[in-house]
Design a protein. Structure first.
Length: 140
C-alpha cells in the first residue's frame, strides 16, 4: 500500500512524506534518494530574488517551479530546488521558500476536512478557510 499524504499528519511536508515512504521499503527509489540529498542542497548558493511561496494541495505543502511549472514538496529547510529543470534558469542555485506565519492554524483547519479538500493558497485568510469549512458543515 502506498502512503497517501495527509494520513499520518493533517498536512505533509517533504520530510513527513519521505519518512513515511521510507517505511514502505521503497526508500531506494528516486523519491527516497531525494530526501537524503537535502544536505547537499543546503551547501548550494541561494538565489537572492523574491522567495517562492508554499501552498497546500491535497494535504501537501507544495512549491511550484517558476521555470518549468513542476511542483515539489516544501521542506523544512525552506529551500527549493527543482528535480526536473534543476534550477537551470538561475545556474542551479536554490531558492528560498516562504511559509505562512499562520501555518499551524491552516493545518488544523484543513485537518478537519477530507484529504481531497485540504487546500490553501497564499492570500487566503484563516477566516476564508473557516468560512469554507462552515459551508462544508465542519464548523458552526
Amino acid at each position: 500500500m502506498t502512503y497517501l499524504a495527509g494520513t499520518d499528519r493533517d498536512v505533509d511536508t517533504g520530510e513527513t512524506y519521505f519518512e513515511m515512504i521510507s517505511k514502505e521499503g521503497i526508500s531506494g527509489s528516486n523519491e527516497g534518494k531525494r530526501k537524503i540529498q537535502r544536505m547537499a542542497l543546503r551547501r548550494l548558493p541561494v538565489y537572492g530574488d523574491q522567495p517562492l511561496e508554499a501552498y497546500v494541495n491535497h494535504a501537501r505543502w507544495i512549491v511550484d517551479c517558476p521555470n518549468c511549472n513542476n511542483a515539489e514538496f516544501y521542506f523544512e529547510d525552506k529551500l527549493f530546488w527543482c528535480s526536473v529543470c534543476k534550477n537551470s534558469y538561475i545556474q542551479g542555485k536554490t531558492r528560498v521558500v516562504k511559509i505562512p506565519n499562520e501555518r499551524k492554524q491552516i493545518e488544523e483547519i484543513l485537518g478537519e476536512r477530507l484529504i481531497i479538500n485540504r487546500h490553501w493558497h497564499p492570500g487566503e485568510t484563516i477566516e476564508d478557510l473557516e468560512n469554507e469549512s462552515k459551508k462544508m458543515g465542519l464548523l458552526k
